[in-house]
Unconditional design. Structure first.
Length: 429
């Protein structure tokens, strides 16, 4: 197997760029399986304990599931520990899922967390979750811990995670500890929070795995002082469920309107229905996919309001097929949907969610808008007329140009974890 460190480039922060060809890992599917299978003949495959918490959308959990499938393909054992609400139809292959008492954000600033009964969580609830997390960790006895987003986010849950990390570090042979984080961070409301994050990385973490491509946006652009942890950082590329176009298959020629988990999607869906008659795609089927966080009464109202030619239904497990086959996508600017749109070379209109302090989706949309076939509308400028113009502009443009953008992040993540695990075992032997 090619050793990723042999030719890994530097991006200015000292961060290793595990990208394509001569710069490191770029393997997909069966090639990764074959290469890593050779490693497991000489060492035990990693046993991964993957903590994830989604609070508003489902993007964090969906990316975790995509990574988990890649880990399982190469023979790694995976236990996902989820602290969010159940998401029907989530594909985690044959990995194990442990469900902590679920919480979600009750406000757009993520200051108030509530349980499944919409009651604000208290210290007793936090203590129970922490105990269950530590119990699960002891039972699984993993050799690798992955925390999704933390410590760059999910500060509200730092109590349970600090307890987990302290427990792991106190072991005679601690596991490899890795932070799994998306390409763009939301700027912390207080500057001192950055120092908190840095100290947690320096105290607990062996590695930081960034699921992005520095040729689009370097991590340091949205995380101050990233140079302090540059020796721990590597890029996997974007983690994408590779869309497979099937001529004549589901979604062919349609306009697909989606908004991830659906918690903040009603305005977009109503604008899309109103915009349709004014677009050049008014004769196409428009399919609105409502996430499971959209209340049933709102879904029913949307179905009742839908004119002929508009289908309103719950989100589907074949979303990537619909994305690949459709004529155009209208969506918010979440990581997963936007990168699937790019990988499928599907024209699209992005209306990035900008509630509370959120800046991530707006920045991602701006970075991609200069590529053909992508148009964006600020959330506060959304109306049927503006959306109709953006749909026509995007459809008239060439398909999005994804050339040079690394979307092999799932398989590359498996290879990086394997390499780090091997090196960690050698260092602690």
């Amino acid at each position: 197997m090619e050793h990723g460190r042999q030719a890994a480039g530097k991006n200015g922060l000292g961060e290793r760029s595990y990208l394509r060809g001569r710069r490191g890992w770029r393997v997909r599917g069966r090639r990764a399986e074959r290469q890593l299978a050779g490693w497991w003949r000489h060492m035990t495959a990693p046993k991964i304990f993957f903590w994830v918490q989604h609070l508003l959308g489902i993007g964090h959990l969906k990316r975790t599931a995509t990574l988990t499938r890649a880990f399982r393909r190469v023979g790694m054992e995976v236990t996902i520990v989820s602290g969010g609400q159940n998401v029907p139809g989530l594909d985690i292959a044959d990995a194990k899922l442990i469900q902590l008492p679920p919480v979600r954000a009750a406000d757009k600033y993520f200051k108030i967390l509530v349980d499944e009964n919409d009651a604000e969580i208290d210290d007793a609830f936090r203590d129970r979750r922490r105990a269950l997390l530590l119990e699960a960790y002891a039972a699984e006895a993993p050799s690798v811990i992955l925390t999704e987003l933390f410590p760059f986010g999910r500060r509200q849950l730092r109590g349970e995670l600090t307890a987990l990390l302290e427990t792991a570090k106190a072991q005679r042979a601690p596991p490899l500890i890795v932070s799994s984080v998306r390409d763009i961070l939301v700027e912390p409301p207080k500057p001192e929070r950055v120092e908190e994050m840095l100290k947690r990385i320096e105290t607990y973490y062996d590695r930081v795995l960034i699921h992005g491509d520095p040729t689009l946006i370097p991590f340091g652009d949205t995380f101050a002082h990233a140079d302090r942890i540059g020796d721990r950082v590597a890029y996997s590329g974007y983690v994408v469920d590779t869309p497979q176009k099937t001529p004549g298959g589901a979604g062919t020629g349609e306009v697909i309107v989606s908004a991830g988990g659906g918690a903040v999607s009603e305005e977009l869906f109503r604008a899309a229905m109103a915009a349709r008659p004014a677009t050049t795609l008014s004769d196409r089927t428009w399919r609105i996919l409502a996430g499971h966080a959209l209340p049933m009464n709102v879904l029913s109202a949307l179905k009742s309001a839908a004119p002929a030619g508009v289908i309103v239904e719950r989100a589907r497990t074949d979303f990537t097929t619909l994305m690949a086959n459709c004529a155009l996508s209208v969506s918010q600017g979440g990581y997963n949907t936007v990168m699937e749109m790019m990988a499928a070379h599907t024209r699209g209109v992005i209306v990035p969610y900008a509630g509370g302090l959120e800046t991530e989706q707006t920045l991602r949309a701006r970075l991609l808008e200069n590529r053909s076939g992508i148009r964006s509308i600020p959330e506060d400028a959304l109306d049927p007329e503006t959306l109709a113009r953006a749909v026509d502009d995007a459809f008239a443009a060439p398909p999005p140009d994804a050339s040079g953008l690394n979307t092999d992040g799932a398989d590359a993540s498996a290879c990086l974890i394997a390499e780090w695990f091997r090196d960690h075992n050698r260092a602690t032997a």
